[in-house]
Design a protein around this ligand. Structure first.
Ligand SMILES: Nc1nc2c(ncn2[C@@H]2O[C@H](COP(=O)(O)OP(=O)(O)OP(=O)(O)O)[C@@H](O)[C@H]2O)c(=O)[nH]1
Ligand SMILES: [Mg+2]
Length: 320
């Protein structure tokens, strides 16, 4: 039975999918048993390589994920996939689509696919994603792949979360989307131009090459040679080289001590975001609305309002 946190923790550490799913559900539902499971399994995490796959809507990220998973399985590696859905306007219905695209792995116990809604959170990459990453990691998946959609904050969040970030571009998109956000361009560890079967592939490849060249010049301390790879995911082409590059990046990170660094940053970020959420909720519950209304009416400026809320909070905790 999967009723107690101890039982769920024990069985998910043994790799049981049902136990993992239960833990993720508890965490999503903010059931306190979820936090208990997390505290039991946390010491066993930190082994999986978290790989973020991001790029413009419709770039073929899910199709590519599917062929990458097949390639990893061929190499005997176990993979957890988190497809962050999109309450985004670009991707209505993507969850169903992802299930179909990745359905050939549905019966493979070495693959765990999980679609998560972003629950309207600003930023998109929800707390649930971070939790699911930890659960997959504890379950012993070698790779945890996080697919995010979008052209906004999501992509930056995925970078914060991942050891290795794969940026997927495609021919034919305008510069405004393609000339990927400056932050992303700097953060991508591996670039892929997908839909290589389409017209315009060469031009896009050249454009990306130029951007990577400029980036290389701007970075003084060049240690990782960022690969630019070709894929035609819908035809099953390109997975081998990408999986090789992801493995090479892992070795590089391990060698440089950056694997642990990126894990540490992610853990810090998770703690801080939990604190931010909890504080904001508490502040609002206490006094927030009245003060916020005063700001809306321009009787109080935002800094003064924040100060007032924070002092009320600290008075309250001093009294407690
Ligand atoms: N021509 C061509 N089409 C492709 C290729 N890869 C994917 N597609 C098609 O592109 C469309 C979008 O693919 P998805 O894998 O859903 O793309 P995505 O980036 O996951 O999309 P969102 O998650 O909705 O942003 C589908 O119709 C795919 O069949 C490719 O290599 N060549
Ligand atoms: Mg997708």
């Amino acid at each position: 039975m999967l009723r107690t946190p101890a039982e769920v923790a024990r069985r998910l550490l043994a790799g049981e999918v049902a136990a993992g799913a239960r833990a993720i559900r508890w965490l999503d539902d903010r059931d306190p048993r979820g936090a208990e499971v997390l505290s039991l399994i946390y010491p066993q995490t930190g082994r999986a390589q978290v790989v973020g796959v991001t790029g413009p809507p419709g770039a073929g990220k899910s199709t590519l994920t599917d062929v990458l998973v097949a390639e990893w399985r061929k190499r005997g590696q176990r993979v957890g996939v988190i497809a962050v859905d999109p309450s985004s306007p670009f991707t209505g219905g993507a969850i169903l689509g992802d299930r179909v695209r990745m359905s050939r792995h549905a019966l493979d116990p070495g693959v765990f696919i999980r679609s998560l809604g972003t629950r309207g959170q600003a930023g998109g990459l929800s707390r649930s994603t971070q939790d699911a990453c930890l659960i997959f990691d504890a379950m012993g998946y070698d790779i945890v792949l996080v697919e995010t959609v979008g052209v906004g904050q999501d992509e930056i969040d995925v970078v914060n979360l991942a050891h290795t970030t794969v940026i997927v571009a495609v021919p034919g998109l305008g510069d405004e989307i393609q000339a990927v956000k400056a932050g992303l361009m700097e953060a991508g560890d591996i670039f892929v131009v997908n839909k290589a079967d389409r017209d315009g592939y060469d031009a896009t490849h050249r454009q990306m090459e130029l951007m990577l060249h400029l980036r290389a010049q701007a970075v003084a301390d060049l240690r990782w040679d960022v690969p630019l790879l070709r894929a035609a995911a819908a035809k099953g082409e390109g997975a081998e080289a990408i999986v090789d590059a992801i493995a090479a990046h892992r070795s590089f990170l391990k060698q440089e001590g950056d694997f642990a660094n990126r894990s540490r940053l992610r853990a810090r970020e998770q703690v801080l975001s939990l604190v931010r959420d909890a504080l904001a909720a508490r502040a609002l519950a206490m006094s927030g609305d009245a003060i916020l209304q005063q700001v809306e009416m321009r009787r109080l400026d935002p800094y003064a309002a924040a100060d007032r809320i924070l002092s009320a909070l600290s008075e309250k905790s001093a009294a407690a």
